[in-house]
Structures are given as structure tokens and as C-alpha cells.
Design a protein around this ligand. Structure first.
Ligand code: DCM
Length: 136
């Protein structure tokens, strides 16, 4: 089987809230919510891909903090790996520039209020405890 292609996803945390992004494309994913991110390019470090994708999609300057252990299958050949991330001081606020039409900062109580992409659900579940810890 071909090697998997890594898609990096960001659990962007701020003030104990998690940023969720609603996809505007492609049609089969539109309207569902995800951890923002995208494909790692050949030769690119995943952490660098995360920073690049967050800049492109949301117009923010963010730093990866910690890898969330594990990986989750997307449509072959893609697999999702997730890092927690935080805004750098002075970063613009996130805005939906590409791929998304709405953003929401979710508190722990609101985490399951949005229809996440099926494939992101296990990752969000694993991120949830970090969200509570980050809010303290
Ligand atoms: N993807 C996903 N969940 C995410 C991020 C991306 O399922 N949190 C999927 C959507 C695309 C592929 O990965 O099929 C590549 O993402 P993008 O189009 O954002 O580069």
C-alpha cells in the first residue's frame, strides 16, 4: 500500500476555547466543522505545514505546541495528525480566508454543538481534556 499522506490539523486553543472551522468546500464536506489544517507538502515538516496552513486559511500567526498522540484515517491515502497550537502575541484574529465560511471558538460545554466531520470526531474527543486544562 502507498505511504499515507499526512494532513495536519490544529487544535488552536485560546482562553480555554477551541477554534472550529466550517468547511465551504468541497461539496461533500461543506457545512461540516473541522480542525483547520491541510496536507503536508513533500519535504515539509508537519509543524511547518501547520503554521503555513493556519496562515493561509485563517490569516493568523500561530505556533504548534504539542502533538496529540495518535493518527486518524481520512479518505485514503490521507491520515490526520493533530497538534495543539496557540496564537502568537500580536497575531491577527482568525478569519475564514480559504476553505471555510464560519469560525467558532468553542468552550468545553459547546464542544459538541457543531456537526464535526465524522473523521475529525475521534481527534476532537482526544483534544477535549486539553481544552479544559488550558482554560485553568
Ligand atoms: N481534512 C479532514 N479533516 C481536517 C482537515 C482536512 O478530513 N481536520 C481532509 C479534507 C481534505 C483533505 O483532508 O480531503 C485535505 O485538506 P485540505 O483540503 O484542507 O488541504
Amino acid at each position: 500500500m502507498a505511504d499515507p499522506i499526512v494532513v495536519v490539523g490544529a487544535a488552536l486553543l485560546d482562553g480555554g476555547r477551541l477554534l472550529a472551522a466550517r468547511r465551504s468546500a468541497p461539496a461533500d464536506l461543506a457545512g461540516r466543522w473541522e480542525l483547520p489544517g491541510g496536507k503536508v507538502e513533500p519535504g515539509e515538516r508537519p509543524e511547518d505545514a501547520l503554521v503555513r496552513e493556519l496562515r493561509e486559511e485563517l490569516g493568523i500567526d500561530a505556533d504548534p505546541v504539542e502533538r496529540v498522540p495518535g493518527q486518524w484515517p481520512l479518505r485514503a491515502p490521507y491520515v490526520l495528525r493533530v497538534w495543539t497550537a496557540r496564537l502568537r502575541p500580536g497575531s491577527p484574529a482568525p478569519r475564514p480566508l480559504q476553505d471555510h465560511d464560519e469560525l467558532r471558538w468553542l468552550t468545553p460545554a459547546e464542544l459538541w454543538d457543531v456537526p464535526w466531520l465524522d473523521q475529525d470526531v475521534p481527534a476532537v474527543r482526544d483534544v477535549a481534556p486539553r481544552l479544559t486544562a488550558a482554560g485553568r
